[in-house]
Design a protein around this ligand. Structure first.
Ligand SMILES: *Cc1c(COP(=O)(O)O)cnc(C)c1O
Length: 478
């Protein structure tokens, strides 16, 4: 029952002691903000407790079971990082504090910056962007500044592969660039011929994800960087999939000029609820001068915020970025230490094992190519039973699992994009595969029933387009 329905006049959930001061009428203070007739529910303490406990049980997240959303890296975030990031002392530091009062904080930021430089193989890093897409915007602004500085006024094009995440072309357009799509080849990698054809002098940069959103490693990455550099174009790497590489390979070594790290994906900040996040940006020497202000610097004795950067593109966020997210990333990296490569190794192992468990259930459009931390399958083989990828996703909800990413990347029809991450154990991978096996069985035997799913969730199947335009947010469940 809704809390409003439990309400009846005069019920109280609290007991205050008798007033020992004069009673006043708050209306005098509220003025124009005072309104009559707001029907707050009047309920008992127990009813309030039950209401909120029930709401908390409707939550679905990594704390209840796996979230295999491809490209999102929904891994488990160690509790200790949360606890430390919530330390009163750190939480309450004023952003305008003078540097000499916050040496410890600056040291942590500096230390993280140095670690990210090492992990990514970059010349320098900015911790300022608030998310991946924000890092993309900053990276493109810097690329723009670089070309402007060199008189490259003709460079108006950004190339993106057809498998790219939607934020890539969006960021490029936002920056005023024309976006041209490069095809991928049969094996799922960037099509070298098509890339060659489209790489004209007008190209400012290519934005590539590696491994790409199909979970496939772009083996031509060095050759791609070289071809771009020969034309004074730059290489942007979308680093959202770094979970597949962290501690194993450094994008800077391949000739990548700029890459955003998704601190909230690879380095364990909880995400999925809309932020805050961290999109630290690593750059090669070519772009170093254009980094935003301020940069945390260390002269061997003291940490300071350096605002004196004449070529900087300016600021991209208020103050210095999301410090608590940086702190979590620092803690995460330090606790793995020299074993950080285990993250990538287990992420790739889990993904490949799960793909193996599912191989006879769906179509693997890239059977010949090896996959890294995630993989994309096609549910096209079930269309003959009138079951599509969305039906599979909805049926998984009834089995107690979160659905994978569906219908992305666009190059795969009826795509199911699955990323289990390294934090799932064998037992969860196997029960997830079993759930999908049961669903496929049912698709063949009783597809009508499957179309009804989900039946066990508080909100059943929604009309997605209509729900976006006309959201009704008052639930009728419970
Ligand atoms: C998540 C993701 C992004 C965007 O990152 P946000 O932090 O959500 O802005 C960009 N590219 C890829 C490949 C991603 O997976």
């Amino acid at each position: 029952m809704l809390i409003f329905e439990l309400s009846s006049q005069g019920k109280r959930g609290y007991q205050l002691p008798k007033l020992d001061v004069d009673e006043i009428d708050p209306r005098g203070y509220l003025g124009e903000y005072y309104r009559e007739g707001i029907n707050f529910p009047e309920v008992s303490e127990l009813e309030v407790v039950r209401h909120y406990t029930r709401l908390s049980q409707l939550n679905y997240g990594i704390d209840t079971t796996m979230v295999p959303l491809g490209s999102c890296t929904m891994k488990y975030n160690p509790r200790i990082n949360e606890e430390l990031a919530n330390t009163e002392l750190l939480k309450n530091i004023h952003p305008m504090s003078p540097c000499e009062y916050i040496q410890g904080v600056l040291k942590m930021m500096y230390h993280l910056k140095e670690l990210l430089k090492e992990i990514g193989g970059f010349e320098d890093v900015s911790l300022q962007p608030a998310a991946g897409a924000h890092g993309e915007l900053l990276g493109l602004l810097m690329i723009h500044a670089y070309h402007k500085d060199r008189g490259n006024h003709h460079k108006k094009i950004v190339l993106v592969p057809d498998t790219s995440h939607g934020t890539n072309p969006a960021s490029a357009s936002l920056c005023g660039y024309e976006v041209i799509t490069v095809k991928s080849d049969k094996g799922g990698e960037l099509d070298w011929e098509d890339f060659q054809r489209k790489l004209t002098d007008q190209v400012a940069c290519l934005m590539i994800t590696n491994p790409n959103t199909l979970g496939i490693f772009e083996r031509n990455i060095k050759r791609i960087a070289q071809a771009l550099h020969e034309r004074d174009a730059l290489l942007y790497m979308d680093g959202a999939n770094l979970n597949a590489l962290v501690g194993m390979a450094k994008p800077g070594d391949w000739g990548v000029d700029v890459m955003h790290f998704n601190l909230h994906k690879t380095f364990s900040t909880p995400h999925g609820g809309g932020g805050p996040g961290g999109g630290a940006l690593g750059v090669s020497q070519r772009l170093q001068d254009y980094l935003p202000v301020p940069q945390v610097v260390f002269d061997g004795k003291e940490y300071r915020l350096d605002w004196d950067r004449p070529k900087s593109v300016g600021k991209i966020l208020t103050f210095y970025g999301h410090f608590a997210i940086m702190l979590r990333a620092l803690l995460y990296i330090l606790s793995y230490g020299s074993e950080l490569d285990k993250v990538a190794k287990y992420a790739v192992l889990n993904s490949n094992y799960l793909k193996h468990l599912l191989k006879d259930l769906f179509i693997d459009p890239y059977e010949e190519t090896s996959r890294m931390h995630e993989f994309v399958l096609s549910a096209q083989n079930l269309l003959k039973y009138e079951i599509n990828a969305m039906d599979i996703a909805k049926a998984l909800l009834d089995k107690g699992f979160y659905a994978p990413t569906v219908y992305f990347p666009l190059t795969v029809k009826e795509a199911l994009m699955i990323e289990p991450t390294e934090t799932e154990s064998l037992i969860y991978l196997e029960s997830f595969a079993k759930a999908l096996r049961d669903i496929v069985e049912e698709a063949k035997k009783n597809p009508k029933a499957l179309k009804e799913s989900p039946t066990k969730t508080p909100v059943r199947r929604i009309k997605e387009a209509q729900a976006n335009r006309n959201p009704i947010l008052r639930a009728s469940w419970a």
